[in-house]
Ligand binder design. Structure first.
Ligand SMILES: Nc1ncnc2c1ncn2[C@@H]1O[C@H](COP(=O)(O)OP(=O)(O)OP(=O)(O)O)[C@@H](O)[C@H]1O
Length: 297
C-alpha cells in the first residue's frame, strides 16, 4: 500500500495523579487506520480535548514512539527506515500545527523558514531559483512576498503565520499533511481561506491531509472521511455525510448535540417558555450582597 498505515497503535502514559501508584492510562488505545496517497483524500480526526488526537499526530510524525503497534510508510516501518528513506519520509509527510510559533524562530525574519527548507532539501540550484519557488509558494496561499518575507513572525497576523506554514508545505510538495488543529486560533473568514487552500492542495497537487480538529463544522466543510475518537479509541468512522448526518455512536451524537446553535431564540427558548423553571432557578441561585469597594463612589 502506498501511504501511511497505523496498525494497532497504543500509547500509554503514567498519569500525574497516579504517579505514586504507578498506574498508567491509555492515551491512544489500539488505533488502526490508513492514509492513502492515491487518490488524495482529506481524513478528519475529530474528538474532544484530551481524546488522543495530538498524540496520534506526533506518532505519525515520528516525534513519539508508540508503546505498541506500528506505523508504516509505503509498507516499511518508520522506525526501520534507512537515514535516506527517513529523509524522504520527513519531506513527504509535513506537519501544520495549531500554533506555528513553535516552528518559527522569533529572532529570524520569515524568509528564513523558506530558505531553511530549500537548503535542507536541496530544492533549488541557485538563489534566484529559490526565490522564484518562494514567490510561487506565497502566491498559492494568497500572500504577497513584500508583506511577509522581511518581517519577524510576531509582526504577522495569526492567519498570515498559518498561511506561511502552508506556503512552506507548497514549497516542499509533500504527499501528506498532518494538520493538528490548524484553524482553531483563526477567525471564521481566515479559517475558510485556510481550509480552501487545503482543499486546493488536494485537488491541484494531490496532497492527502489528516485534518485533526475538535470542531465538527470544519470537518464537515472539508468533507471526505471522518474518524471520531473518544478516550483514545476510534468509535466511529465513515464519510462525513453519513457520520455527521446520521451518527450511530452515542459519543458522536453527544458531540453533535453540543455544537452551539447561532440562534439567540433557541438559546433562551426554555427560559421564556417556562416561567416556572425561572422561579426554580431563582430559588437555588445564592443572593450575593453588593460589594462595597473602599474608595469607590
Ligand atoms: N507526554 C505525556 N505524558 C503524560 N500524559 C500525556 C503526554 N502527552 C499527552 N498526555 C495525555 O494524553 C491524553 C491525550 O492527549 P492529546 O494531547 O493527545 O489529546 P488531544 O485530543 O490532542 O487534546 P487537545 O485537543 O486538547 O490537544 C491527555 O490526557 C494528555 O494529558
Amino acid at each position: 500500500m502506498q501511504g501511511i498505515e497505523l496498525d494497532n497503535i497504543t500509547q500509554t502514559f503514567r498519569g500525574a495523579a497516579m504517579r505514586s501508584t504507578g498506574s498508567e492510562f491509555k492515551a491512544v488505545d489500539n488505533v488502526s487506520f490508513s492514509l492513502d496517497a492515491d487518490p488524495p483524500q482529506i481524513v478528519s480526526l475529530v474528538g474532544q480535548s484530551g481524546s488522543g488526537k495530538s498524540t496520534i499526530a506526533r506518532i505519525i510524525l515520528g516525534l513519539q514512539k508508540p508503546t505498541s503497534g506500528s506505523v508504516t510508510y509505503n509498507g516499511k516501518d518508520i522506525y526501520k527506515l534507512s537515514s535516506k528513506e527517513y529523509d524522504i519520509y520527513r519531506r513527504e509527510v509535513q506537519p501544520v500545527f495549531q500554533d506555528p510559533y513553535g516552528i518559527f524562530n522569533p529572532f529570524y525574519r520569515v524568509d528564513r523558514v523558506f530558505w531553511t527548507a530549500i537548503n535542507k532539501f536541496k530544492l533549488a540550484s541557485s538563489k534566484q531559483k529559490g526565490l522564484a519557488l518562494i514567490e510561487e509558494a506565497l502566491q498559492a496561499v494568497d500572500l504577497r512576498p513584500e508583506d511577509v518575507l522581511k518581517r519577524y513572525p510576531h509582526q504577522l497576523s495569526g492567519g498570515q503565520r498559518q498561511r506561511v506554514m502552508l506556503a512552506r508545505v507548497h514549497l516542499l510538495q509533500p504527499k501528506f499533511i498532518i494538520a493538528d488543529e490548524p484553524v482553531s486560533m483563526l477567525d471564521a473568514a481566515v479559517r475558510v481561506l485556510f481550509l480552501n487552500i487545503l482543499l486546493d492542495f488536494k485537488q491541484k497537487y494531490g496532497m492527502t491531509t489528516l485534518f485533526i480538529t475538535h470542531d465538527l463544522s470544519t470537518a464537515y466543510y472539508v468533507g471526505g472521511e471522518i474518524m471520531v475518537i473518544s478516550r483514545g479509541q476510534i468509535v466511529e468512522r465513515g464519510s462525513v455525510d453519513t457520520v455527521l448526518v446520521q451518527p450511530s455512536h452515542p459519543y458522536t451524537q453527544m458531540l453533535l448535540a453540543s455544537v452551539p446553535v447561532p440562534d439567540p431564540d433557541a438559546r433562551w427558548h426554555e427560559k421564556t417558555e417556562s416561567p416556572l423553571k425561572q422561579e426554580e432557578e431563582k430559588a437555588v441561585i445564592p443572593q450575593i450582597p453588593d460589594l462595597e469597594v473602599p474608595g469607590s463612589i
